[in-house]
Write a protein of this length. Sequence first.
Lengths: 303, 91
Amino acid sequence: MGNETNASCLVAPLTLGYSDQYSHGEAMTEHPEKKHLLSSVQMARFVAHGAFRMDGVVPASLNERAIAVFDEGVARAYAGAPLEEAYPEGSFVRELLDLPEVAGAIHSLVGPSPLIDHHAVHIREARNGSAQPLHADAIIDTRDDAFDVQLMYYPQDVTLDMGGTLSVPGTHLRRINESDTGRYQNMRGQTRLVCPAGTVQFLHHGIWHGGRRNDSDTTRYMFKIRFNPTVRQRLLWNTDDLHDPAVLEELRVRFPWHENASGRIEYVNRTRLWRALTGDPAFDLDYWMTRVENRPQRVLPSV
Amino acid sequence: MTTSTTRQQVLVLYLATSALDAKVIAWSRYDGTGQTNPAAGDSDEPPYETGVEALLDGWRLFQVSPLIPPYPGAEYETSFLKHEFLFEKLT
């Protein structure tokens, strides 16, 4: 939902199509330091959850300026603009994206010089009367070897009654189209975001989510940017711990909303994505894929 | 509208298997009486642990999702929740 009901989008989208000029801008940053990249365990967690969250990562000095910036509106580039062009040096958003931890996460997930699909300032007015239906953004997306990520930045403390973003971990690999999931109001294991000011979360483009009803007296702000990768998303993170058993533990997590049967199919989805991200076509998770891919071709001589 | 009109309250439960006594994994409510205003993300705890618990509390089951075989070629794809049960109360 780009321009959702009950959420104000301060700047109208300007869609001119994808650009092939992203190499003209300056690099967003130098390659993030290794210590700021995600680890393999964190990437595996993202593959399983479809979300990665950094609480309070943005300093107060930026948070304090954010709401005035968002009230004024953030100039919007055309869809597919290079990051460096969409957010010039010195702009508020560029400052946000150049924070080492934020830059490291973006690099780990989508690589260097991503394109800006779109951004939006979402404002949930105090005592706002309704919630968004549970949805995935854009349209049904059948890619299994690439994904977009959506950064969501919360410049203020978000309490439960302020209607922080609802999301359902693990739903991102399900193939649905936008708000067809609107009938689902609540799912076991859902996340109703409560966070300190300066929190940033990254969501896989397919995750089911929505802005909740704001039952508080405080207007809530959230700034969202969708990034498109420009490189193959393979081993872009800190891979020092690639073979840590904790990677498998993250990938095999079950969520409380899983049905008994289709919950098992989620292991297949994750295995496919992990294979794509690591370039290891033989990777398997607890033998689920090996079993159903086993089609021996060796023919024994007849007796 | 008169106060004597019968109105419908709808409860939708999504269960972990196709069995009505299976665990509730997701839920929704719609209230034709206007006395409540359910919304997405308004609760982390389901109203019942199983579908049968809803029956025991007086909800009438009026629709069950059919069992549909996987589409050829898409056996390993996941999409909507599969086991949807719709209940009503008339008040």
